[in-house]
Design a protein around this ligand. Sequence first.
Ligand code: MG
Length: 159
Amino acid sequence: MIHMGIGYDVHRLVEGRKLVLGGVDLHHTKGLDGHSDADVVMHAICDALLGALGESDIGHYFPNTDSRWRNVASKVFLQEAARLVALRGGRIVNVDCTVIAQTPKIAPFIHAMKGNISTALEIHPARVGVKATTNEGLGFLGREEGIAAMAVAGLELPT
Ligand code: MG
């Protein structure tokens, strides 16, 4: 059976933090604030995978009240989600993500992001989609107050 999951994440853009998306440091003037590295791409994909499993969300598995996850690289969350899929005897069919960022330009980093995501999930890069859009200057994303990401995941799970 194919199971679909959806994920969404947003973090605030602040001074003095690295901007890490899909495990890539974009060397931007601002970065995303958060307990971990605040990688919205990996967080959204993690939630999509957990959703496809019918599990609780990323905040349940990796609460920001737990010092173990402070400044941790978010690939750890993806590795854990992939482990949960394997525990259920499942297989990741694909994951797909859209980054919503007014700046910086995401396109030059997409290849590297796909590489990091596919490595963390132990799937072929062709099973990973990463796209980006601006928010056309509208709202908090358009004002560069934050960066958001949405994702879907497809799993093959035993019936
Ligand atoms: Mg998050």
